[in-house]
Write a protein that binds this ligand. Structure first.
Ligand code: NAP
Ligand code: GLV
Length: 310
């Protein structure tokens, strides 16, 4: 089997991936340039058009969990299955970031950082974890891991998804689904944590209406995609005090431009898209499993439903 590795990465990063993939799947002929022999494309947001005209292509395997940029390429071969990265190591990393963000909001650590900058000694009220309602938007690979980790710390957690699904979540995580449920959930949450995929349905979801429906003084944590949020509406809600704080890992333009208001806003914490990095050591094993399934004619894992966009 010939597999093409391509993406928008630096040479050193590409070499790291190549080494990990060769180790995980030594039976595969790994190449870096498209050719008619290529049967699998292992991709990290490749340049649009790169996967056209590969007559033997049977699988596009993304190294990214989110496939919004990949699916936005109108030349992406229509009949070829697309699989995305689902790696338990990545879900654990996401749960760590979510725990840090929620704990920091819960215990006022962002507020204390602001106070330190003013040499201000001011203890704030301390709430119990079970008094804090966290709404996790999206109960997929990431959202489930996050909801369970938060629940294990004692938070009152509700997860919101598109449809009532078979995937049960243990440990007392409440579940809700559908657009109608959202205003009620937003009104009761102290922290809204976004882990939705970016699709036509979720693009710009966090807008003025959404923010106005949130409980006054609540906070937003966006670890999914920048385009879920209408920046001007979020900044207006923060400036007006409707929202207490925003933790943002993802942005419309990345890197976040130096003159963007988020950088200097006292109620915004910026991360450089690091909530859950893909680790080549474990992700290469995930890829190898799918390549072996393809070679053996077995069902492929983590396939994207292209009509839904995730
Ligand atoms: P996923 O497994 O595809 O999960 C998607 C979840 O969102 C599902 O529960 C789905 O509902 C729900 N959903 C989709 N459309 C919806 C809608 N219109 N209304 C309500 N719920 C909807 O995705 P994932 O792997 O968990 O990734 C989640 C997000 O994290 C993505 O945006 C990804 O790009 C991002 N991400 C960010 C980083 C980072 O470092 N910042 C790292 C990895 C991933 P159903 O269960 O009903 O289908
Ligand atoms: C990161 O954002 C990913 O989608 O893997």
């Amino acid at each position: 089997m010939t597999a093409l590795l391509c993406g928008s990465f630096e040479d050193t990063e590409r070499d790291e991936w190549l080494q990990a993939l060769r180790q995980a799947a030594p039976e595969v002929d790994w190449v870096l340039q498209p050719s008619p022999q290529v049967e699998v494309a292992v991709v990290a947001n490749p340049p649009p058009g790169l996967l056209q005209g590969l007559p033997r292509l049977k699988l596009i395997q993304s190294l990214w969990a989110g496939v919004d940029r990949l699916l936005a390429d109108p030349t992406l071969p229509a009949g070829v299955p697309v699989a995305r990265m689902v790696d338990p190591a990545m879900s654990r990393a996401m749960a760590e970031t979510a725990l840090w963000a929620v704990l920091s909001l819960h215990r006022g650590f962002f507020a204390y950082a602001r106070q330190q900058a003013q040499a201000r000694w001011q203890p704030l009220p301390q709430r119990r974890a079970d008094e804090l309602h966290v709404l996790v938007l999206g109960l997929g690979a990431m959202g489930r891991a996050v909801a369970q980790a938060l629940r294990a710390q004692g938070y009152a957690v509700t997860g919101w998804r598109r449809e009532p699904g078979a995937a049960a979540i243990d440990d007392g995580v409440q579940q809700a689904h559908g657009d109608e449920a959202l205003p009620r959930l937003l009104a009761q949450a102290d922290v809204v944590l976004n882990l939705l995929p970016l699709t036509p349905d979720t693009h710009g979801l966090v807008d003025r209406r959404f923010l106005a429906a949130m409980r006054p003084g609540a906070s937003l944590v966006n670890l999914a995609r920048g385009a879920h949020v209408v920046d001007e509406d979020l900044l207006a809600a923060l400036d007006a005090g409707q929202l207490a704080h925003a933790v943002l890992d993802v942005f419309h333009t990345e890197p976040l431009p130096p003159d963007h208001r988020y950088w200097q806003h006292p109620r915004v914490t910026v991360l450089p898209h690091v909530a859950a990095l893909t680790d080549p050591r474990s992700a290469a094993q995930v890829v190898a499993q799918n390549l072996r399934a393809l070679a053996a004619g077995l069902p492929l894992q983590h396939l994207v439903r292209r009509e839904r966009g995730y």
